[in-house]
Design a protein around this ligand. Structure first.
Ligand code: SF4
Ligand code: SF4
Length: 139
């Protein structure tokens, strides 16, 4: 990934983290929501996010039930984790505020995709990795 894109993504995530910090949402960092199947959800992200998350170590294949970047209860990509990883708080209520924050930052991500000529893809994490060869696709 180009340095400039990585820097823009890091800036976007820093802004998002600052907004989340202003809310009374708490996370015990237990890692339960990273067990997608057991938690009853899936991790969706954009193509740029998937590439940033993976860095140089995208998994070729992985158990779709659990995030491949989870080590015991620890996220091994803490600084690179996706918008959804950051926004999701299992104890936050109501959930409208989470949805609104997601929408706002997905809008910013879309602008980044356009600016850097990366095809917009918002898909399940595993799908991005199965399409890894076309993450850079420009059309
Ligand atoms: S959001 Fe909830 S399930 Fe996920 S790590 Fe935090 S406390 Fe655990
Ligand atoms: S990237 Fe980290 S926070 Fe996000 S699902 Fe994977 S282990 Fe959990």
């Amino acid at each position: 990934m180009q340095q400039e894109i990585a820097e823009e993504l890091a800036r976007l995530y820093a802004d998002l983290d600052a907004e989340i910090a202003q809310r009374a949402w708490r996370c015990r960092a237990c890692g339960a929501c990273c067990h997608f199947a057991a938690h009853g959800h899936e991790l969706f992200c954009t193509a740029l996010e998937a590439e940033f998350l993976a860095g140089d170590e995208a998994p070729d294949a992985f158990n779709h039930d659990v995030c491949p970047f989870l080590d015991d209860a620890r996220c091994t990509r803490r600084d690179r984790r996706t918008l959804a990883c950051r926004v999701y708080h299992c104890e936050a209520s109501p959930t409208d505020a989470m949805s609104a924050l997601s929408e706002a930052y997905l809008g910013r991500l879309k602008v980044l995709h356009e600016r850097f000529g990366v095809r917009w893809r918002y898909a399940v994490l595993s799908e991005h990795f199965s399409r890894r060869n076309i993450l850079h696709c420009k059309d």
